[in-house]
Ligand binder design. Sequence first.
Ligand SMILES: [Cu+2]
Length: 153
Amino acid sequence: MRPACNEGRATPAPGRPALPPTVPATRPGRRALPALIALLLSAPALAPRPAAAHAVVVGSDPPAGAELAAAPPQVAIRFNSRIDHARSRLVLVGPEAVQQPLALAPERDPTLVEAALDPAAPLAPGAWRLRWQVLAVDGHITRGDIPFTLQPR
Ligand SMILES: [Cu+2]
């Protein structure tokens, strides 16, 4: 299942008509059915989008749910499509819900978002989340959390 695609759209797609503001709540009668089918066939905006549209996580380091004995030197997330690195971000959310923005590493792969962790600021044991937000090539922003746990030393 793909995540909602209409969230955080940066710019409207050119040439696509807006969807009707309302959908009739009542069931269409027999007479209305051909007209409804004709409407659906004539509305390309309702057609499914290509699978390689907005960004979906296909892998991460650390993996979701990982239990680590020590903080990783860096974090990375692989997506299914190319990412606009300049308009994407990573944040570490700590056990006390403190948010620590990460500086993204220079792009070396258009589908990979990476950041080094500061070895001088070790992470406390507990539950952490790698919070990501990325802009994909289709203009859609997606976001999510990758949870991981640092075991007590
Ligand atoms: Cu999309």
